[in-house]
Design a protein around this ligand. Structure first.
Ligand SMILES: Nc1ncnc2c1ncn2[C@@H]1O[C@H](COP(=O)(O)OP(=O)(O)OP(=O)(O)O)[C@@H](O)[C@H]1O
Ligand SMILES: [Mg+2]
Length: 261
């Protein structure tokens, strides 16, 4: 197999992806023949009505589909040219957090309530880096500072419930970018937050994207977020991609009826 130089391979290339759920012994496609690419340092929005497959698509990419009743039926997810759908669970654990990270809509469900913020952040670092406890603590404090938490020396020993929603989402972002992944998938990262906090979090994501040369897949219901943040946008409908254009084209000349609406 000839190897293309890294820069000419897209960061992420999803090809003919089909992900299905097993319901009463038959398969139902939630993601149906989806193909798209995410270039380096690009922010790609994914929009579409509730249930159209946005979350299932991101879980397929990062390998976190519920194993009991779902599976990737066909297609591939190439990250830097490497097919992630072929990786073992161990190999995928290696990719997750280091190369690709995800932040979820409701940070309370993804932070462990009985562990301190510092413990959870250091766990991510230990997974992918060979560092001492003291180094991990120092790095965690610096990471929390970098996401705009000024009292991070204190906060590191606190528990998730002691933090506001906006603070928790900042912690989630710190965890997601701790190992400087090249791709961040953000599934409705600000929906649970009030408008001013939402704007601050989006601003923070944009800053990190620029300083880390990261790409983002930004799932959102909010076309304002798309206009503000994204370079291109994918519109999904019924498990399929019905439109994929740069953001300016979407707002001036939408093609699909859903987009127009
Ligand atoms: N655990 C599951 N078991 C069975 N079907 C599921 C499961 N999770 C999702 N689905 C189905 O997959 C389809 C896509 O769901 P998905 O969660 O990706 O939608 P979404 O676009 O993220 O919606 P929302 O905007 O509401 O978050 C839906 O028809 C949904 O019913
Ligand atoms: Mg969803």
């Amino acid at each position: 197999m000839d190897k293309k130089p890294v820069e000419s391979t897209p960061l992420l290339e999803v090809k003919n992806l089909q992900t299905a759920f097993s319901i009463n012994d038959s398969w139902h496609n939630a993601v149906d023949d989806v193909s798209f690419q995410v270039g380096r340092k690009r922010i790609v929005g994914v929009v579409g009505e509730s249930g159209c497959g946005k979350s299932v698509l991101s879980l397929s990419v990062i390998g976190l589909l519920p194993k009991v009743n779902s599976q990737i039926r066909s297609g591939s997810v190439l990250f830097n040219g490497k097919n992630l759908t072929r990786l073992s669970e161990d190999e995928m654990n290696d990719v997750r957090g280091k190369d690709i990270s995800m932040i979820f809509q409701e940070p309370m469900t993804s932070l462990n309530p009985v562990l301190t913020i510092g413990y959870q952040l250091q766990e991510v670092l230990f997974n992918h880096m060979n560092i001492s406890k003291a180094e991990a603590r120092e790095k965690s404090i610096a990471l929390l500072k970098s996401v705009g938490i000024s009292r991070s020396e204190k906060l590191i020993d606190e528990y998730p419930h002691q933090l506001s929603g906006g603070m928790r989402q900042r912690v989630m972002i710190a965890m997601a970018v701790a190992c400087q992944p090249k791709l961040l998938i953000a599934d409705e990262p600000t929906t649970a937050l009030d408008v001013t906090v939402q704007a601050q979090i989006l601003e923070l994501l944009k800053e990190i994207q620029e300083s880390n040369d990261m790409s983002i897949i930004m799932i959102t219901h909010d076309l304002g977020v798309v206009a503000e943040m994204c370079d291109e946008v994918i519109v999904m409908y019924g498990g399929k991609i019905v439109e994929h254009t740069d953001v300016d084209t979407l707002f001036y000349a939408p093609k699909h009826p859903y987009t127009k609406a």
